[in-house]
Design a protein around this ligand. Structure first.
Ligand code: ATP
Length: 238
């Protein structure tokens, strides 16, 4: 579904991605793990067209997307729930969700948007109870749910999640990861960026480990969980 081939992305003179190659297959959950500054967010922003690579190619469903504008990429079927739960704090929950569908409302029926909302409320029933509440007053976990729900409103084929566990209590991390699993089981392909390597590897089919802009390890997520080198560096034991 998605293929990055030797992608380089820089911020002025800082080279944040130094030749990243990776593949995401239809129906998979692929995890990208790595510590602060490894280039994980840069990678997602390069896929979603917020940044453009200086070198390399990104192919989505057989088409080059690395030079396309972000809104065109959303329209093609890639939607990102950004790091830090960047919802619109002054807008209510329902307004945030409607913003997620904005790219589609121009060409789709309101009834279809309503149908999508109902589907999303099955994943996140708490959001249905908070429709009129300003997004900024939701708890951290609820804001994370809203960010994921908003991304789903664009009806993507590929969902990009940037550190959904960030700043959440373990019980909430468990809950969010359960929902991500369910979204995947119902057919969504997911590329998941995480510092919480343990949780991410338990959920994913395969994973890539990023260090200072390079892929240093990759493979089956179950095998990586048992890898002594990875355990020592990212799983806090070994
Ligand atoms: P974290 O988990 O801490 O969010 P990350 O793996 O997502 O880290 P990035 O945010 O992609 O890492 O950062 C990769 C590198 O690019 C870092 O050295 C960072 O300082 C640099 N960087 C990120 N954004 C910018 C920017 N807007 N301008 C300049 N340098 C940047």
């Amino acid at each position: 579904m998605l293929k990055l081939n030797s992608v380089y992305t820089s911020y002025r003179n800082i080279e944040a991605l130094k030749g990243i190659s990776l593949e995401v297959g239809q129906g998979e959950i692929v995890a990208i793990i790595g510590s602060n500054g490894a280039g994980k967010s840069t990678m997602l922003n390069t896929i979603s067209g917020i940044l453009h690579p200086g070198q390399g190619t990104i192919v989505f469903l057989g088409k080059r997307v690395d030079n396309l504008a972000a809104h065109v990429i959303v329209d093609m079927g890639i939607s990102q729930a950004p790091e830090g739960r960047r919802i619109f704090p002054q807008l209510t929950v329902i307004e945030n969700l409607e913003m997620g569908a904005y790219a589609r409302t121009v060409r789709s029926q309101k009834s279809e948007v309503r149908k999508e909302l109902e589907k999303i409320f099955q994943y996140f029933p708490i959001l249905k109870e908070r429709l009129k509440q300003p997004g900024g007053t939701l708890s951290g976990g609820e804001q994370q749910m809203l960010a994921i729900a908003r991304a789903l409103m664009a009806q993507p084929k590929l969902l990009l999640l940037d550190e959904p566990s960030l700043g959440l209590a373990p019980i909430m991390v468990e809950k969010i990861f359960e929902i991500i699993k369910r979204i995947n089981q119902e057919g969504m392909t997911i590329l998941l960026v995480e510092q919480n390597a343990n949780a991410a590897l338990r959920l994913a089919n395969k994973a890539y480990v990023l260090e200072t802009g390079r892929v240093v390890m990759q493979g089956d997520a179950g095998a990586l969980l048992k890898n002594p080198q990875l355990k020592a560096a990212y799983l806090g034991d070994g």
